[in-house]
Write a protein that binds this ligand. Sequence first.
Ligand code: FAD
Ligand code: DLZ
Length: 510
Amino acid sequence: MANLILILGDQLTPDISALVDADPTRDRIVMAEVGEEAGYTNHHKKKLVLLFSAMRHFADRLERDGWQVHYQTFHPDNDLQSLEAVVADQLKTLGAGSVITTECGEWRLHEQISRWHERLGVTVEIRPDTRFIASKQEFSAWAEGRKQLRMEFFYREMRRKTGLLMTGDGEPEGGQWNFDADNRKKWTGKPPAPAPFRVQPDAITREVIELVDKHFADHFGTTEDFHFAVTPEDAKAALEHFIDFALPCFGDYQDAISDTEDWLFHAILSPYINCGLLDPLTVCEAAAQAWYSGRAPINAVEGFIRQIIGWREFVRGIYWLHMPDYARENRLGNTRSLPWFYWTGETRMRCMHKAIDATRRNAYAHHIQRLMVTGNFALLAGVTPEEICDWYLAVYADAYDWVELPNVLGMVMHADGGYLGSKPYAASGKYINRMSDHCSNCHYKVNKSTEDDACPFNALYWHFINRHRDQFAGNPRMGMMYRNWDKQKPERREALLKRGDALLATIEQL
Ligand code: FAD
Ligand code: DLZ
């Protein structure tokens, strides 16, 4: 009997587990652009274009390789606007007895698919996603019995497992596991940052751009200047571009922020890795090879590999270990709504304006903008985790719940009580000034704290420290902040808190 093989929009990998041992003459692959997936959040228009176009290219390729593919393109008038409806319809048409799929990356959809065997009355086989280095079971075995999970220790396990940057004697190459201490330089324009890799949209992508502009006009962002890769070949070319032009400086300027350059020395590979156009291990092997052949220094290559086999795998492990409860965490008790300028970029805070504007144009902002600018502000202002998480899920081309949620709720908002990160990444304007050139172009003055034109991050930082004393004063990594706060004159503390209150009361006008 035929099997129906469902391939999701982020499973665009020819050897995805759902296809292993399938029979092209018997089985049918189903792929569908549906309103429910395109509409569960305000997905950036470029994310929609990337996924729909990459899905269409993938389906074409499967057909060329001899597979039978049922592909539904998006139209608002389609009757079938959920994956379940498409699958149910195809089961009927085909008379198939079972559905085979690879586990998906979101609790929301996972819950739905887990009920299909009852709702659709067929066997549903959900296979592990072997594109990750650690399986869910492996991560949970590693986490078992540990009070606090620390990425660094998990990362070392992944280095041992993959052999990446390991000597034949089982030691880390370069004699250290982590070269982060070398990775904190401010970028002052030299060396010049490479232009990002660009692909000219082909006929399929142009058609999808038209579709998105027409039917998703109210979604965030723009389709203008769409230049992402939508095929594995082009994604591989993007990887090579990164290795040749950006990786050598990736480590040095990993934490830098620029007023003029959107992409700096970042890889811009997450949209491709996350939807399956690039394999994470292949990406890491290419980076390691660049070090072995003397084309990139160890601090860059180790730092890059750590992001992928360390952070990326770690956050995924945490997601599946703690969902669905994780999404409801709000240990700092935040209640503030997301300021509207997150959607418009209209704020006089230069760093926020620049990060949000880049996000709007590119469906991309680099890690430090996400963490230390838009994330830091939401943390200091006490935005509800739910609203800020939904924003991050919507606005980036690489955003899927499994990776976005732990990064935002855990790493940025500390809403999980420090389970993912040992201390909040709260910082004043001083940090942003140290790592960027935004402040000299800003309406607000970074060296002022209490005046009307003072950088809002400054007073909000102390407001945050003061209002969360109960949660953080006992944290050894926060002790110095509290000593600094307590050392300030009472009048100064009062003025800072008053300014903080005023900023929060007028947050929409900042
Ligand atoms: P680079 O900076 O060049 O890093 C290389 C690769 O490492 C990335 O392509 C990515 O695959 C991986 N990586 C780096 N940091 C992380 C991390 N913390 N978690 C997981 N993978 C990581 N990444 C996503 O893929 N999707 C998201 O929705 C997402 N949301 C984020 C939200 C916040 C608040 C923060 C602080 C980080 C988020 N990240 C997310 C992680 C990181 O910012 C992006 O992976 C990175 O900016 C992607 O750009 P790049 O490919 O140029 O990455
Ligand atoms: C994100 C997304 C979007 C926008 N659209 C679709 C779609 O139309 N069809 C589909 O199969 N998948 C889509 N996706 C991805 C899913 O919503 C979901 O995030 C992932 O499949 C989770 O692994």
